[in-house]
Design a protein around this ligand. Structure first.
Ligand code: FCB
Length: 453
């Protein structure tokens, strides 16, 4: 057994998202979000489930904080629901919505836990989707106004902010593949959406810094180590293009003011609607880079031509390879993926401050007759990925914190309540929460600031 110590002051936390845990879909003036609409459309979510109640964290947030205290955590990544603040996506802030987050933030501070909010984890006000959604460039300034309202209201107690959660996932799943809200399958609209989101990123960054000059601002990017499916040079080139598109399409515009060179036929700027001055507008010199990572991607070369989107590359399998064990979601457990991304971002972007903002696994292990949840596979998962983070820090990555996805079992988007990622078990009939064995283990890791492997 080796003991791997993390740097002094390293943050330990969990991550959640408003729509996945809050419930209270219609309370205190909250407007409809694209996820309310989507989940109430028959056939979109497994068993037609929805987030109307979810973990009821809107009322049970004290229980959530108690769980974090029981695990000795000192950072909590949660998201703010835009339609609680601006029910129709524009206009003055809804006081009751802000008050909910004020109560939560004050409770966290009292418990010695850093509030670490994300402004957008996918619940767009439906009124803005009705106005065209993210493919509509106007959303960039709408979003910056929303960011300004929230940061002015909470900035006196919250210095750390994240702008977006996984811009590549909500644009691709929502506008290209149609498996997430708003469920559209329109390749042109998808490309335009990515560009609006990049503009919104830059505008929101400047709005936050203007409202709160001392703020520390990042974004949580979904990432995956892209490995060639074979030794063929065509697959190697394809894997590199896939890396640039999946991992850098939002990161490089923010940090460098330009898109990565991913498309063999060149940037599809006409389809994207790029205008003069946009590259300056999308700059967002983030104070930290948030890394979300679950597994690796094996990439193969594909024929070129067709749509402007065509990269001549595609994943050989949806979520990882066939070597490591699989989680209940079918995602391959491959800790080296996290190491690879941390060292590559460190190398390519001049050693930015990094926070691991999500990493975790879905296993359905349920309470045994004595009520204990023996999820040893989850402990092994975290051991492997945390060892990878430790190795990346040793090799020069400036990683400041680690957030497990997730605090408690919750509404897993298109999968409904069928995938359980929590360190705490949730009985969805009663709302009761119970720490799993992995939660107890994670609590010991946090208090010792070290793992044994
Ligand atoms: C990420 C999302 C998060 C959760 C995990 C499993 O892509 O950010 O909300 O669903 O996947």
């Amino acid at each position: 057994m080796a003991r791997l110590e993390f740097p002094k002051g390293f943050r330990w936390g969990t991550a959640t998202a408003s729509y996945q845990i809050e419930g209270a879909a219609r309370e205190d003036g909250k407007g409809e979000s694209v996820w309310d609409r989507f989940s109430h459309t028959p056939g979109r979510i497994k068993d037609d489930q929805n987030g109307d109640v979810a973990c009821d964290s809107y009322h049970r947030w004290r229980d959530d904080i108690a769980l974090q205290r029981a695990m000795n955590l000192n950072s909590y990544r949660f998201s703010i629901a835009w339609p609680r603040i601006q029910p129709n996506g524009r206009g003055p802030a809804n006081r009751a919505g802000l008050d909910y987050y004020r109560r939560l933030v004050d409770g966290l501070l009292e418990a010695g836990i850093r509030p670490f909010p994300t402004l957008y984890h996918w619940d767009l006000p439906q009124a803005l989707e009705d106005a065209g959604g993210w493919p509509n460039r106007d959303l960039a300034s709408r979003f910056a106004e929303y960011a300004d309202l929230v940061v002015r209201a909470l900035g006196d107690r919250v210095p750390h902010w994240m702008i977006f959660n996984e811009p590549n996932v909500f644009t691709a799943c929502g506008y290209l593949m149609g498996i997430h809200a708003p469920g559209r399958r329109e390749p042109d609209a998808f490309l335009r959406a990515t560009h609006t989101v990049n503009l919104a990123h830059g505008e929101a960054f400047r709005a936050i810094k203007a409202a709160l000059p001392g703020s520390i601002v990042g974004t949580a990017f979904n990432t995956t180590a892209c490995e060639p499916a074979s030794d063929a040079s065509a697959d190697r080139d394809a894997a590199e293009r896939w890396h640039r598109f999946v991992n850098e399409w939002f990161l490089r515009p923010a940090l460098r003011g330009r898109y990565p060179d991913a498309h063999p036929a060149g940037l599809p700027s006409d389809v994207m609607g790029v205008k003069d001055g946009d590259f300056e507008r999308m700059r967002a010199p983030l104070d930290f880079v948030g890394i979300n990572l679950y597994t690796r991607t094996l990439v193969k070369a594909t024929p070129l031509g067709g749509h402007a989107l065509n990269l001549g590359a595609a994943p050989a399998a949806p979520f990882g390879g066939d070597v490591g064990p699989k989680t209940d979601f079918g995602w391959e457990v491959w800790p080296d993926s996290l190491y690879q991304i941390l060292v590559r971002v460190t190398r390519d972007f001049d050693r930015p401050v990094i926070e691991v903002t999500e990493n975790g696994c879905s296993y359905g292990d349920a309470p045994d007759p004595s009520g204990v949840i023996r999820d040893g596979r989850r402990i092994e998962f975290y051991q492997g990925y945390l060892a990878a983070v430790h190795r990346a820090i040793r090799d020069g990555a400036d990683v400041r914190g680690y957030h497990a996805w997730t605090l408690l079992d919750n509404f897993e988007w298109a999968e409904g309540y069928h995938q359980r990622f929590g360190l705490a078990w949730v009985d969805f009939a009663s709302g009761e929460r119970t720490l799993k064995e992995s939660g107890r283990w994670f609590g010991r890791v946090a208090s010792e600031n070290a793992i044994e492997v």
